[in-house]
Design a binder for this molecule. Structure first.
Ligand code: HEC
Ligand code: HEC
Length: 452
Protein backbone atom coordinates (compact mmCIF):
# COMPACT_ATOMS: atom_id res chain seq x y z
CA UNK A 1 0.00 0.00 0.00
CA UNK A 2 1.26 3.42 -0.90
CA UNK A 3 0.23 6.86 0.35
CA UNK A 4 1.01 10.11 -1.37
CA UNK A 5 3.19 12.41 0.68
CA UNK A 6 3.18 16.10 -0.24
CA UNK A 7 6.36 17.78 -1.51
CA UNK A 8 6.69 19.85 1.62
CA UNK A 9 7.53 16.71 3.51
CA UNK A 10 10.77 16.17 1.66
CA UNK A 11 12.65 17.96 4.38
CA UNK A 12 10.97 15.72 6.92
CA UNK A 13 11.79 12.74 4.76
CA UNK A 14 15.46 13.59 4.94
CA UNK A 15 15.22 13.81 8.70
CA UNK A 16 13.44 10.47 8.77
CA UNK A 17 16.08 9.00 6.49
CA UNK A 18 18.81 10.03 8.88
CA UNK A 19 16.76 8.88 11.88
CA UNK A 20 16.19 5.52 10.21
CA UNK A 21 19.91 5.17 9.66
CA UNK A 22 20.56 5.92 13.31
CA UNK A 23 18.04 3.23 14.27
CA UNK A 24 19.77 0.74 11.99
CA UNK A 25 23.08 1.64 13.59
CA UNK A 26 21.59 1.32 17.05
CA UNK A 27 20.48 -2.17 16.15
CA UNK A 28 24.00 -3.40 16.70
CA UNK A 29 23.48 -2.71 20.37
CA UNK A 30 23.56 -5.71 22.65
CA UNK A 31 23.73 -6.24 26.36
CA UNK A 32 25.18 -8.38 29.09
CA UNK A 33 25.41 -12.09 29.47
CA UNK A 34 22.82 -14.60 30.54
CA UNK A 35 22.98 -15.88 34.02
CA UNK A 36 24.48 -19.34 34.01
CA UNK A 37 22.04 -22.11 33.33
CA UNK A 38 19.75 -19.97 31.15
CA UNK A 39 19.46 -21.36 27.63
CA UNK A 40 20.05 -19.08 24.65
CA UNK A 41 16.83 -18.48 22.75
CA UNK A 42 17.55 -18.70 19.04
CA UNK A 43 14.71 -16.31 18.23
CA UNK A 44 16.67 -13.61 19.98
CA UNK A 45 19.20 -13.79 17.18
CA UNK A 46 16.60 -12.76 14.60
CA UNK A 47 16.48 -9.21 13.37
CA UNK A 48 17.70 -6.02 14.94
CA UNK A 49 15.39 -6.35 17.91
CA UNK A 50 12.51 -6.32 15.47
CA UNK A 51 11.55 -8.89 12.86
CA UNK A 52 10.11 -6.20 10.51
CA UNK A 53 7.86 -8.69 8.73
CA UNK A 54 5.08 -6.73 7.04
CA UNK A 55 6.80 -3.40 7.64
CA UNK A 56 5.66 -2.26 4.19
CA UNK A 57 2.02 -2.36 5.33
CA UNK A 58 0.19 0.30 7.35
CA UNK A 59 -1.17 -2.32 9.81
CA UNK A 60 2.36 -3.34 10.85
CA UNK A 61 2.78 -4.08 14.55
CA UNK A 62 6.22 -4.30 16.03
CA UNK A 63 7.29 -7.40 17.90
CA UNK A 64 10.41 -5.69 19.08
CA UNK A 65 11.58 -6.30 22.59
CA UNK A 66 13.71 -3.86 24.44
CA UNK A 67 17.21 -4.11 23.09
CA UNK A 68 18.35 -4.32 26.66
CA UNK A 69 16.47 -7.59 27.03
CA UNK A 70 18.65 -9.29 24.46
CA UNK A 71 21.15 -11.46 26.25
CA UNK A 72 24.09 -13.41 25.01
CA UNK A 73 26.17 -16.39 25.96
CA UNK A 74 29.92 -16.10 25.70
CA UNK A 75 31.73 -18.88 23.89
CA UNK A 76 35.29 -20.10 23.81
CA UNK A 77 36.24 -18.53 20.47
CA UNK A 78 39.84 -19.72 20.42
CA UNK A 79 38.65 -23.33 20.42
CA UNK A 80 36.63 -22.60 17.30
CA UNK A 81 39.76 -21.18 15.66
CA UNK A 82 41.89 -24.16 16.61
CA UNK A 83 39.30 -26.70 15.53
CA UNK A 84 37.10 -25.19 12.78
CA UNK A 85 33.65 -26.70 12.18
CA UNK A 86 33.14 -29.47 9.60
CA UNK A 87 33.75 -28.31 6.03
CA UNK A 88 36.42 -25.71 6.76
CA UNK A 89 40.20 -26.18 6.40
CA UNK A 90 42.70 -25.11 9.10
CA UNK A 91 42.69 -21.33 9.57
CA UNK A 92 45.71 -19.51 8.14
CA UNK A 93 47.20 -17.21 10.78
CA UNK A 94 50.12 -14.79 10.22
CA UNK A 95 53.29 -15.86 12.04
CA UNK A 96 53.56 -12.54 13.85
CA UNK A 97 50.00 -12.59 15.22
CA UNK A 98 49.31 -15.96 16.85
CA UNK A 99 45.84 -15.95 18.42
CA UNK A 100 45.44 -15.77 22.19
CA UNK A 101 42.37 -15.47 24.39
CA UNK A 102 43.42 -11.98 25.49
CA UNK A 103 43.79 -10.71 21.90
CA UNK A 104 40.45 -12.17 20.81
CA UNK A 105 38.68 -10.70 23.83
CA UNK A 106 40.22 -7.30 23.16
CA UNK A 107 39.40 -7.47 19.43
CA UNK A 108 35.80 -8.36 20.25
CA UNK A 109 35.55 -5.34 22.56
CA UNK A 110 36.98 -3.05 19.85
CA UNK A 111 34.62 -4.51 17.21
CA UNK A 112 31.55 -3.43 19.21
CA UNK A 113 32.95 -0.07 20.30
CA UNK A 114 31.19 2.93 18.77
CA UNK A 115 33.86 5.25 20.13
CA UNK A 116 36.18 4.16 17.32
CA UNK A 117 34.18 6.49 15.04
CA UNK A 118 34.60 10.26 14.99
CA UNK A 119 31.23 10.98 16.65
CA UNK A 120 31.05 7.89 18.88
CA UNK A 121 28.04 6.45 17.05
CA UNK A 122 29.29 3.74 14.74
CA UNK A 123 31.09 0.49 15.53
CA UNK A 124 32.22 -2.18 13.08
CA UNK A 125 29.09 -4.10 14.12
CA UNK A 126 26.84 -1.33 12.79
CA UNK A 127 27.51 -2.54 9.24
CA UNK A 128 28.58 -6.10 10.05
CA UNK A 129 25.57 -6.90 12.24
CA UNK A 130 25.93 -10.25 14.03
CA UNK A 131 22.26 -11.23 13.86
CA UNK A 132 22.19 -10.33 10.15
CA UNK A 133 24.98 -12.68 9.07
CA UNK A 134 27.67 -10.12 10.01
CA UNK A 135 26.43 -8.05 7.09
CA UNK A 136 23.46 -5.69 6.82
CA UNK A 137 20.21 -7.17 5.46
CA UNK A 138 18.32 -3.89 5.47
CA UNK A 139 20.46 -1.77 3.19
CA UNK A 140 21.94 -2.57 -0.23
CA UNK A 141 24.86 -0.40 0.68
CA UNK A 142 25.33 0.52 4.34
CA UNK A 143 25.60 4.04 5.70
CA UNK A 144 28.49 5.59 7.53
CA UNK A 145 28.48 8.40 10.11
CA UNK A 146 25.89 11.12 9.53
CA UNK A 147 24.16 9.01 6.91
CA UNK A 148 27.00 9.11 4.39
CA UNK A 149 26.68 6.64 1.53
CA UNK A 150 29.07 3.75 1.14
CA UNK A 151 29.82 2.44 -2.35
CA UNK A 152 29.42 -1.28 -1.76
CA UNK A 153 27.35 -3.90 0.03
CA UNK A 154 28.70 -5.06 3.42
CA UNK A 155 30.32 -8.46 2.90
CA UNK A 156 29.76 -11.10 5.57
CA UNK A 157 32.64 -11.55 8.01
CA UNK A 158 31.89 -15.25 8.48
CA UNK A 159 34.96 -17.21 7.35
CA UNK A 160 36.76 -14.01 6.31
CA UNK A 161 39.92 -15.59 7.78
CA UNK A 162 40.35 -17.56 4.55
CA UNK A 163 40.14 -14.66 2.09
CA UNK A 164 43.37 -14.12 0.18
CA UNK A 165 42.21 -10.67 -0.94
CA UNK A 166 40.02 -8.38 1.10
CA UNK A 167 37.30 -6.06 -0.22
CA UNK A 168 35.35 -6.78 -3.38
CA UNK A 169 38.16 -5.34 -5.50
CA UNK A 170 40.86 -7.19 -3.53
CA UNK A 171 42.79 -4.03 -2.67
CA UNK A 172 43.85 -5.21 0.81
CA UNK A 173 45.50 -8.50 1.69
CA UNK A 174 45.85 -8.46 5.49
CA UNK A 175 43.08 -8.44 8.08
CA UNK A 176 45.49 -6.71 10.45
CA UNK A 177 45.91 -3.74 8.08
CA UNK A 178 42.37 -3.75 6.74
CA UNK A 179 40.81 -2.30 9.90
CA UNK A 180 42.24 1.16 9.29
CA UNK A 181 40.19 1.62 6.12
CA UNK A 182 36.72 1.66 7.70
CA UNK A 183 37.98 3.48 10.78
CA UNK A 184 39.43 6.37 8.77
CA UNK A 185 37.14 6.38 5.69
CA UNK A 186 35.22 9.68 5.53
CA UNK A 187 31.99 7.86 4.67
CA UNK A 188 32.36 5.09 7.26
CA UNK A 189 33.68 5.74 10.79
CA UNK A 190 35.41 8.96 9.70
CA UNK A 191 38.18 9.11 12.29
CA UNK A 192 40.42 11.94 11.02
CA UNK A 193 43.69 10.02 11.40
CA UNK A 194 45.17 6.81 12.74
CA UNK A 195 47.05 8.69 15.48
CA UNK A 196 43.79 10.26 16.66
CA UNK A 197 42.24 6.82 17.19
CA UNK A 198 45.31 5.48 19.00
CA UNK A 199 45.34 8.45 21.36
CA UNK A 200 41.57 8.23 21.94
CA UNK A 201 41.68 4.52 22.81
CA UNK A 202 44.70 5.18 25.01
CA UNK A 203 42.57 7.60 27.06
CA UNK A 204 39.59 5.28 27.49
CA UNK A 205 39.88 3.96 31.02
CA UNK A 206 37.96 0.73 30.32
CA UNK A 207 40.86 -0.41 28.08
CA UNK A 208 43.40 0.09 30.86
CA UNK A 209 45.79 -2.85 30.90
CA UNK A 210 43.98 -4.83 28.18
CA UNK A 211 46.45 -4.09 25.38
CA UNK A 212 49.39 -4.54 27.72
CA UNK A 213 48.08 -7.95 28.77
CA UNK A 214 47.41 -9.10 25.21
CA UNK A 215 50.62 -7.72 23.70
CA UNK A 216 53.34 -8.29 26.23
CA UNK A 217 53.32 -4.84 27.76
CA UNK A 218 52.68 -2.99 24.49
CA UNK A 219 49.87 -0.40 24.50
CA UNK A 220 47.37 0.52 21.76
CA UNK A 221 49.17 1.37 18.50
CA UNK A 222 48.83 0.95 14.74
CA UNK A 223 49.89 -2.70 14.97
CA UNK A 224 48.19 -3.91 18.15
CA UNK A 225 44.76 -2.43 17.33
CA UNK A 226 44.87 -4.19 13.94
CA UNK A 227 46.12 -7.46 15.42
CA UNK A 228 43.40 -7.54 18.07
CA UNK A 229 40.55 -6.82 15.65
CA UNK A 230 41.94 -9.36 13.16
CA UNK A 231 42.19 -11.99 15.90
CA UNK A 232 38.50 -11.64 16.76
CA UNK A 233 37.39 -11.68 13.13
CA UNK A 234 39.40 -14.86 12.44
CA UNK A 235 37.26 -16.70 14.97
CA UNK A 236 34.00 -16.04 13.06
CA UNK A 237 33.96 -19.51 11.56
CA UNK A 238 30.52 -20.75 10.55
CA UNK A 239 30.16 -24.16 8.91
CA UNK A 240 29.01 -27.71 9.80
CA UNK A 241 25.97 -26.95 7.66
CA UNK A 242 23.53 -29.63 6.46
CA UNK A 243 25.56 -29.69 3.20
CA UNK A 244 28.80 -30.30 5.13
CA UNK A 245 27.24 -33.08 7.17
CA UNK A 246 26.11 -34.78 3.98
CA UNK A 247 29.04 -34.10 1.68
CA UNK A 248 32.00 -34.19 4.07
CA UNK A 249 30.40 -35.98 7.03
CA UNK A 250 29.05 -38.89 4.99
CA UNK A 251 25.52 -38.63 6.40
CA UNK A 252 23.06 -39.27 3.56
CA UNK A 253 20.11 -38.16 5.67
CA UNK A 254 21.56 -34.72 6.52
CA UNK A 255 19.93 -33.16 3.44
CA UNK A 256 16.93 -33.95 1.27
CA UNK A 257 16.82 -34.93 -2.41
CA UNK A 258 16.40 -31.33 -3.69
CA UNK A 259 19.73 -30.36 -2.09
CA UNK A 260 21.47 -33.37 -3.63
CA UNK A 261 19.98 -32.57 -7.04
CA UNK A 262 20.96 -28.93 -6.46
CA UNK A 263 24.57 -29.92 -5.89
CA UNK A 264 24.56 -32.04 -9.06
CA UNK A 265 23.48 -28.91 -10.96
CA UNK A 266 25.93 -26.70 -9.08
CA UNK A 267 28.82 -28.92 -10.10
CA UNK A 268 27.38 -29.93 -13.47
CA UNK A 269 24.98 -28.12 -15.80
CA UNK A 270 25.15 -24.75 -13.98
CA UNK A 271 28.95 -24.85 -13.49
CA UNK A 272 28.82 -22.65 -10.39
CA UNK A 273 31.61 -24.77 -8.91
CA UNK A 274 34.17 -23.44 -11.38
CA UNK A 275 34.30 -20.19 -9.38
CA UNK A 276 32.59 -21.21 -6.12
CA UNK A 277 34.95 -24.11 -5.48
CA UNK A 278 34.47 -27.26 -3.42
CA UNK A 279 37.60 -29.29 -2.59
CA UNK A 280 37.89 -32.95 -1.60
CA UNK A 281 37.94 -32.34 2.17
CA UNK A 282 36.64 -28.80 2.59
CA UNK A 283 34.84 -26.01 0.75
CA UNK A 284 35.20 -22.24 0.85
CA UNK A 285 33.07 -21.70 -2.29
CA UNK A 286 35.62 -19.22 -3.61
CA UNK A 287 38.47 -19.37 -6.13
CA UNK A 288 40.27 -16.25 -4.82
CA UNK A 289 39.88 -14.72 -8.29
CA UNK A 290 37.97 -11.84 -9.90
CA UNK A 291 35.27 -12.10 -12.55
CA UNK A 292 33.01 -9.86 -14.61
CA UNK A 293 29.40 -11.03 -14.34
CA UNK A 294 28.09 -7.84 -15.93
CA UNK A 295 26.39 -6.31 -12.88
CA UNK A 296 29.05 -3.62 -12.50
CA UNK A 297 28.92 -2.89 -16.22
CA UNK A 298 25.17 -2.51 -16.07
CA UNK A 299 25.34 0.00 -13.21
CA UNK A 300 28.01 2.02 -15.03
CA UNK A 301 26.00 1.98 -18.26
CA UNK A 302 22.94 3.26 -16.39
CA UNK A 303 25.02 6.30 -15.57
CA UNK A 304 23.63 8.64 -13.00
CA UNK A 305 20.75 6.40 -12.02
CA UNK A 306 17.17 7.45 -11.27
CA UNK A 307 16.36 11.07 -10.39
CA UNK A 308 14.37 10.12 -7.29
CA UNK A 309 14.67 7.48 -4.66
CA UNK A 310 12.00 5.77 -2.56
CA UNK A 311 12.10 6.23 1.19
CA UNK A 312 9.88 4.58 3.79
CA UNK A 313 8.84 6.97 6.54
CA UNK A 314 6.68 4.68 8.68
CA UNK A 315 4.81 1.41 8.26
CA UNK A 316 2.94 1.69 4.96
CA UNK A 317 4.08 5.26 4.28
CA UNK A 318 6.47 5.89 1.39
CA UNK A 319 7.70 8.93 -0.42
CA UNK A 320 9.95 9.64 -3.38
CA UNK A 321 12.69 12.13 -2.61
CA UNK A 322 15.04 13.69 -5.16
CA UNK A 323 18.46 12.03 -5.46
CA UNK A 324 19.95 15.50 -5.09
CA UNK A 325 18.62 15.68 -1.52
CA UNK A 326 20.27 12.38 -0.69
CA UNK A 327 23.52 13.47 -2.35
CA UNK A 328 23.44 16.60 -0.25
CA UNK A 329 23.24 14.50 2.93
CA UNK A 330 25.98 12.18 1.78
CA UNK A 331 28.09 15.13 0.56
CA UNK A 332 29.50 13.12 -2.26
CA UNK A 333 28.60 11.58 -5.56
CA UNK A 334 29.60 7.98 -5.64
CA UNK A 335 31.87 7.04 -8.54
CA UNK A 336 31.10 4.25 -10.98
CA UNK A 337 32.35 1.05 -9.47
CA UNK A 338 34.99 -0.39 -11.78
CA UNK A 339 35.97 -3.23 -9.41
CA UNK A 340 39.45 -4.73 -9.84
CA UNK A 341 40.34 -1.96 -12.32
CA UNK A 342 40.65 0.42 -9.37
CA UNK A 343 43.54 -1.69 -8.09
CA UNK A 344 45.30 -2.71 -11.32
CA UNK A 345 44.24 0.13 -13.68
CA UNK A 346 44.21 -2.49 -16.41
CA UNK A 347 41.25 -1.81 -18.78
CA UNK A 348 40.52 -5.54 -19.06
CA UNK A 349 39.84 -5.64 -15.30
CA UNK A 350 36.87 -3.27 -15.46
CA UNK A 351 33.82 -4.56 -13.52
CA UNK A 352 35.64 -7.60 -12.18
CA UNK A 353 34.78 -8.44 -8.56
CA UNK A 354 36.09 -11.05 -6.19
CA UNK A 355 34.16 -14.30 -6.04
CA UNK A 356 32.03 -14.22 -2.90
CA UNK A 357 31.65 -17.19 -0.60
CA UNK A 358 28.31 -18.98 -0.66
CA UNK A 359 28.57 -20.25 2.90
CA UNK A 360 25.75 -18.83 5.07
CA UNK A 361 24.35 -17.18 1.95
CA UNK A 362 20.74 -17.50 3.19
CA UNK A 363 21.68 -15.08 6.00
CA UNK A 364 23.47 -12.41 3.99
CA UNK A 365 20.99 -10.78 1.57
CA UNK A 366 21.07 -8.53 -0.38
CA UNK A 367 23.59 -9.98 -2.82
CA UNK A 368 26.50 -8.96 -5.05
CA UNK A 369 29.00 -6.11 -4.62
CA UNK A 370 26.30 -3.45 -4.75
CA UNK A 371 23.51 -5.46 -3.14
CA UNK A 372 21.58 -5.22 -6.44
CA UNK A 373 19.90 -8.63 -6.05
CA UNK A 374 17.47 -9.01 -3.14
CA UNK A 375 16.90 -12.75 -3.01
CA UNK A 376 18.63 -16.02 -3.80
CA UNK A 377 16.06 -16.63 -6.50
CA UNK A 378 17.02 -13.34 -8.15
CA UNK A 379 20.68 -14.40 -8.05
CA UNK A 380 19.84 -17.75 -9.67
CA UNK A 381 17.71 -16.04 -12.34
CA UNK A 382 20.61 -13.63 -12.97
CA UNK A 383 23.01 -16.49 -13.69
CA UNK A 384 20.37 -18.34 -15.70
CA UNK A 385 20.07 -15.31 -18.01
CA UNK A 386 23.84 -15.37 -18.50
CA UNK A 387 24.56 -12.24 -16.44
CA UNK A 388 24.65 -8.91 -18.28
CA UNK A 389 26.36 -9.10 -21.66
CA UNK A 390 29.30 -6.70 -22.12
CA UNK A 391 32.56 -6.83 -24.03
CA UNK A 392 34.43 -8.03 -20.92
CA UNK A 393 31.90 -10.59 -19.63
CA UNK A 394 33.56 -13.70 -18.18
CA UNK A 395 33.40 -16.56 -20.70
CA UNK A 396 32.22 -18.72 -17.79
CA UNK A 397 28.98 -16.74 -17.51
CA UNK A 398 26.45 -17.81 -20.14
CA UNK A 399 22.74 -18.62 -20.35
CA UNK A 400 22.07 -21.87 -18.50
CA UNK A 401 18.56 -22.85 -19.60
CA UNK A 402 17.52 -23.98 -16.10
CA UNK A 403 14.00 -25.32 -15.59
CA UNK A 404 11.79 -24.09 -12.74
CA UNK A 405 12.52 -27.25 -10.76
CA UNK A 406 16.26 -26.91 -11.32
CA UNK A 407 16.16 -23.35 -10.02
CA UNK A 408 14.34 -24.53 -6.90
CA UNK A 409 16.89 -27.29 -6.39
CA UNK A 410 19.80 -24.87 -6.69
CA UNK A 411 18.14 -22.61 -4.15
CA UNK A 412 17.65 -25.59 -1.81
CA UNK A 413 21.38 -26.24 -2.03
CA UNK A 414 22.24 -22.61 -1.24
CA UNK A 415 19.88 -22.72 1.74
CA UNK A 416 21.67 -25.84 3.04
CA UNK A 417 24.94 -23.92 3.45
CA UNK A 418 24.07 -22.19 6.74
CA UNK A 419 26.44 -23.16 9.54
CA UNK A 420 24.89 -25.01 12.46
CA UNK A 421 27.01 -22.97 14.90
CA UNK A 422 25.71 -19.57 13.73
CA UNK A 423 23.40 -19.15 16.77
CA UNK A 424 26.40 -19.71 19.08
CA UNK A 425 28.49 -17.05 17.36
CA UNK A 426 25.58 -14.59 17.43
CA UNK A 427 24.93 -15.33 21.10
CA UNK A 428 28.60 -14.68 21.80
CA UNK A 429 28.38 -11.35 19.98
CA UNK A 430 25.33 -10.41 22.07
CA UNK A 431 27.42 -11.04 25.17
CA UNK A 432 30.13 -8.61 24.03
CA UNK A 433 30.40 -5.28 25.85
CA UNK A 434 29.23 -2.27 23.84
CA UNK A 435 31.60 0.64 23.81
CA UNK A 436 29.42 3.71 24.28
CA UNK A 437 30.41 7.23 25.19
CA UNK A 438 30.50 7.89 28.93
CA UNK A 439 31.29 11.03 30.90
CA UNK A 440 34.81 9.73 31.53
CA UNK A 441 35.63 9.38 27.84
CA UNK A 442 37.67 11.89 25.88
CA UNK A 443 35.20 13.58 23.54
CA UNK A 444 34.23 16.97 22.14
CA UNK A 445 30.77 16.55 23.69
CA UNK A 446 31.90 16.56 27.30
CA UNK A 447 34.50 18.46 29.23
CA UNK A 448 37.01 15.68 29.05
CA UNK A 449 38.58 16.75 25.75
CA UNK A 450 40.88 14.80 23.52
CA UNK A 451 43.70 17.10 24.48
CA UNK A 452 43.48 19.61 21.64
C1 HEC B 1 29.77 2.05 7.28
C2 HEC B 1 29.73 0.60 7.23
C3 HEC B 1 30.93 -0.18 7.66
C4 HEC B 1 31.62 -0.09 8.86
C5 HEC B 1 31.36 0.85 10.01
C6 HEC B 1 32.63 -1.10 8.79
N1 HEC B 1 32.55 -1.80 7.62
FE1 HEC B 1 33.68 -3.36 7.07
N2 HEC B 1 32.95 -3.26 5.20
C7 HEC B 1 31.93 -2.42 4.80
C8 HEC B 1 31.80 -2.50 3.36
C9 HEC B 1 30.78 -1.74 2.50
C10 HEC B 1 32.80 -3.37 2.90
C11 HEC B 1 33.13 -3.73 1.45
C12 HEC B 1 33.97 -2.57 0.91
C13 HEC B 1 34.64 -2.84 -0.42
O1 HEC B 1 34.63 -3.96 -0.91
O2 HEC B 1 35.24 -1.89 -0.96
C14 HEC B 1 33.49 -3.85 4.10
C15 HEC B 1 34.52 -4.78 4.08
C16 HEC B 1 35.12 -5.28 5.22
C17 HEC B 1 36.05 -6.38 5.24
C18 HEC B 1 36.51 -7.18 4.04
C19 HEC B 1 35.61 -8.37 3.90
C20 HEC B 1 35.82 -9.12 2.62
O3 HEC B 1 35.14 -10.14 2.43
O4 HEC B 1 36.64 -8.71 1.80
C21 HEC B 1 36.41 -6.58 6.55
C22 HEC B 1 37.35 -7.63 7.07
C23 HEC B 1 35.72 -5.58 7.33
N3 HEC B 1 34.93 -4.82 6.49
C24 HEC B 1 35.87 -5.42 8.69
C25 HEC B 1 35.45 -4.26 9.36
C26 HEC B 1 35.94 -3.84 10.66
C27 HEC B 1 36.95 -4.60 11.51
C28 HEC B 1 35.30 -2.68 10.95
C29 HEC B 1 35.50 -1.79 12.17
C30 HEC B 1 36.85 -1.33 12.41
C31 HEC B 1 34.41 -2.39 9.84
N4 HEC B 1 34.55 -3.36 8.89
C32 HEC B 1 33.55 -1.31 9.80
C33 HEC B 1 31.16 -1.64 5.62
C34 HEC B 1 31.54 -1.24 6.89
C1 HEC C 1 32.74 -16.82 -13.46
C2 HEC C 1 32.76 -17.16 -12.06
C3 HEC C 1 31.41 -17.42 -11.40
C4 HEC C 1 30.48 -18.39 -11.70
C5 HEC C 1 30.53 -19.41 -12.82
C6 HEC C 1 29.42 -18.25 -10.73
N1 HEC C 1 29.70 -17.24 -9.88
FE1 HEC C 1 28.55 -16.62 -8.32
N2 HEC C 1 29.81 -15.08 -8.01
C7 HEC C 1 30.95 -14.81 -8.71
C8 HEC C 1 31.47 -13.51 -8.39
C9 HEC C 1 32.70 -12.84 -8.98
C10 HEC C 1 30.58 -12.98 -7.43
C11 HEC C 1 30.62 -11.59 -6.81
C12 HEC C 1 29.96 -10.66 -7.81
C13 HEC C 1 29.72 -9.27 -7.31
O1 HEC C 1 29.95 -9.03 -6.13
O2 HEC C 1 29.26 -8.44 -8.08
C14 HEC C 1 29.55 -14.00 -7.21
C15 HEC C 1 28.49 -13.86 -6.33
C16 HEC C 1 27.50 -14.79 -6.15
C17 HEC C 1 26.43 -14.67 -5.21
C18 HEC C 1 26.23 -13.50 -4.24
C19 HEC C 1 27.18 -13.60 -3.09
C20 HEC C 1 27.03 -12.47 -2.10
O3 HEC C 1 27.36 -12.65 -0.93
O4 HEC C 1 26.59 -11.38 -2.49
C21 HEC C 1 25.64 -15.78 -5.33
C22 HEC C 1 24.38 -16.10 -4.54
C23 HEC C 1 26.23 -16.60 -6.35
N3 HEC C 1 27.37 -15.97 -6.83
C24 HEC C 1 25.74 -17.82 -6.76
C25 HEC C 1 26.19 -18.49 -7.89
C26 HEC C 1 25.52 -19.60 -8.48
C27 HEC C 1 24.26 -20.25 -7.92
C28 HEC C 1 26.22 -19.93 -9.59
C29 HEC C 1 25.89 -20.98 -10.61
C30 HEC C 1 24.60 -20.80 -11.25
C31 HEC C 1 27.35 -19.02 -9.69
N4 HEC C 1 27.30 -18.16 -8.64
C32 HEC C 1 28.30 -19.05 -10.70
C33 HEC C 1 31.54 -15.65 -9.64
C34 HEC C 1 30.90 -16.70 -10.25
Amino acid sequence: MRRAVPDGLHFFARGALIAALVVVQASARTSGELESGQAFDERQSRGPGDVKEGYERADYRTRSRSLLERRGVKMDLIRLLEDPPLGLPPVPVPADNPPTRAKIELGRKLFFDRRLSINDTLSCAACHIPEQGFTNNELRTPVGVEGRSVLRNSPTLYNVAYQEHLFLDGREVSLENQVWQPITAHNEMAAPAIGYVIRKIGRMRDYDGMFEEAFDGRGPDIVTIGQALASYQRTLLAADSPFDRWYFGGRPDAVGEPVKRGFALFSGKAQCIVCHRVEADHALFVDHRFHNTGLGYEASARGKGPETTRVQLAPGVFTEIPRAAVDEVTRQRLPNDLGLYRVTESPGDRWKFRTQTLRNIALTAPYMHDGALDTLREAIDFYDRGGVPNELLSPLIRPLGLTEREKRDLEALLRALTGSNVPDIVADAFAAPIGDLSAEDPNWANENTLGY
